[in-house]
Design a protein around this ligand. Structure first.
Ligand code: SAM
Length: 242
């Protein structure tokens, strides 16, 4: 079933008013005609089966209960990698179930992101959420200096900082605790400075390993997200086969 992200404000009295871009996507790209159905999602956890009633409008038929979201809220705090690395990472980590991205500028971050970048990353997250049949579109925060970001993490979240070449316990070990909310920080190409690691520990972050190999700055958050998704999906599959 084709999926389309809409804003909650587009719904009134069971009708969805489609904007120009959405009309184009449904009628020209997907070639849907009157009466054809698709899944409309507000990106905040709600989805509906809808039928195209005209070029500009669709009618909501029923709510759709989705089961693709992880039961844990995952935030990636990522020191921006070089080039378009963050584009790839947003795409893949959205597919893996991440809820929020906190791009940060650390001491060794080389990229100076333009203000339009957040809009571009949000669009990538929206497309990836649609394609992987998620109900939630991840929130992408504006890039912040690393030390400021450390002060903005939720007190109730379990926080981990991925550090290479340090004798830390593997992230998998901590994921066994099945926390409700997790924040995972990964560094840039040159890694975190020792001061940055110490600042994170002082802010309540636990240093963790992602294994014995040194992963690229783009690969590390994808690996961390895969470990979280696998841990929770496996726990849920075990529950349903009991
Ligand atoms: N230049 C750094 C060094 O030699 O130690 C490596 C930096 S690595 C390319 C970029 C980031 O990925 C690191 O700051 C860390 O957050 C994460 N990372 C890569 N491999 C890791 C591993 N095996 N364990 C934990 N974190 C890792």
């Amino acid at each position: 079933m084709n999926r389309l992200v809409i804003a909650p404000t587009q719904i009134k009295n069971g009708q969805i008013s489609l904007n120009f871009e959405q009309q184009h996507y449904l009628t020209r790209v997907l070639r849907l005609t009157q009466g054809n159905t698709f899944v409309a999602m507000d990106g905040q956890g709600n989805s509906w089966l809808a039928a195209l009633s005209s070029e500009e409008q669709a009618s909501i038929l029923e709510a759709v209960v989705g089961a693709t979201e992880l039961p844990v809220k995952v935030t990636l705090m990522v020191a921006l990698p070089k080039g378009n690395g963050f584009d790839d990472l947003v795409r893949y980590c959205t597919e893996l179930g991440v809820n929020r991205f906190m791009p940060v500028i650390s001491d060794r971050t080389l990229l100076k992101p333009s203000p339009q970048k957040v809009q571009r990353w949000s669009k990538i997250a929206q497309e990836a959420a649609q394609q992987s049949e998620r109900q939630i579109v991840p929130n992408i925060l504006s890039p912040l200096p690393y030390h400021m970001a450390l002060t903005q993490v939720e007190k109730e979240a379990a926080c981990y900082i991925c550090v290479a070449r340090r004798d830390s316990e593997h992230l998998l070990h901590y994921l066994e605790k099945k926390e409700n909310e997790i924040i995972i920080a990964t560094g840039p190409e040159g890694g975190w400075t020792e001061k940055e690691v110490e600042a994170a520990i002082a802010a309540g972050f636990q240093p963790v390993s992602l294994g014995r190999r040194i992963l690229r700055a783009v690969t590390a958050p994808i690996v961390a997200s895969s470990l979280v998704a696998a841990t929770w999906d496996k726990a849920r599959d075990n529950f349903f086969t009991l």
